[in-house]
Design a protein around this ligand. Sequence first.
Ligand code: HEM
Length: 424
Amino acid sequence: MAQIPFEKNLDSTLALIGDPYRFISDRCRRHRSDLFETRLLLERTICMTGPEAARLFYNPDLFVRKGAMPKAIQKTLLGEGGVQGLDGGSHRHRKQMFMSLMSPAQIGELTRLTAAEWQARMRAWTSTPNVVLYPEFQRLLTRASCAWVGIPLADPEVDARSRNIVALFDHAGSVGVRHLWSRWSRKRADRWLANIVEEFRSGRLHLPEHTAAHAVAWYRNPDGALLAPQVAAVELLNLIRPIAAVSVYMIFVAHALHMHPDIRDKLRSGDDDYANLFVQEVRRYYPFFPAVAARARRTFELNGYKILEGRRVILDLYGSNQDRRTWEKPEEFEPERFCRWDGGQFNFIPQGGGDHYVNHRCPGEWITIALMKQATEMLTQQMAYDVPEQDLQIEWSRMPALPRSRFVISNVITREAPWATATT
Ligand code: HEM
């Protein structure tokens, strides 16, 4: 049996942390292979890239998720006991609950809530000399996501809760103090929401019936048991946290509009089809989640290589969206390419691949797209602004990667005011 190409160093963890988005695809190119083996956190790990690798990775007969994610990610970003670590029937059952929250009507409700937040903030921005969009988007989305999920959040709480929620995705991939802050935030956020679930179940707090919070609090596992309050909290955060994390993609919307004034002009006309192409290209072109992890369910053979039961495997998400077998000139930003895309489940995977109901593919893709389109409309049609001199270079070693300046705008004029002279 052939030997899987192997990285010769003792451990590649530092190399991965140093360049998380290009780590796998660069080495695959060097090994002239879609997969190679290395050690990450001293554990033998197979790294894979590309559409065929994704097709294999999402085959539940070959891979499971139990025990695949490093503890550091479970103690921060994901939490413990949530849908991400489930397999088989219990995964499908819990996933159905998430999918039931993603109807067009429910997504419409969320965009109505975010529209109100946008209007309020845009008004405030008109009297602010320099507005840093990243924290603004985080707060706006935290408020809207809590309202949508049905979690009470009083005005004076917003800043602290928003910082807490943001730390779960913005600091999880860091080392040192920022990572510790993320761990502390996980404990605090889990406790906050577990208390709410307990209060609700005991009748001391009312949560409206149509809300996600109601659905999560009364969700029963296939064996009929309610979720432990701690696990219900993790699942509530699986809704609130990623909605707040769309702030990262909204920053990339602003970045792309600034880098491509011709595209911005086209979007000003309000062409919904073109806005769709644009948002898809932002999700393909810009980095967000570098990779996802699983373990081999059993020993099997793959292209002449033996994959042993229990071996950890990670799939390159960012690099697969840049794969030349699917994407011509992937390094160019070109929304029109999505007119030619075949809609495949494994060749465009910014939020995972496969089937939303069966696999671990993100149930929040439609929400993400809707919020990004709304941001596009707001930034092109509802307001005008300048982009002052700043460092817009993307920090590739950070997770999530972001423009260094976090995107600053000035001289904001909203549509309600006369369209005066703002230039962008
Ligand atoms: C900010 C943009 C988002 C990105 C980049 C993103 C990315 C991802 C990725 C990469 C996965 C893992 C796929 C896998 O394991 O194969 C995932 C899973 C998940 N996402 Fe998202 N997501 C986003 C937004 C959302 C939103 C808005 C929601 C809900 C409101 C959401 C809820 C979830 C849940 C619950 C899972 C676990 C699914 C499962 O294990 O079956 N995400 N997401």
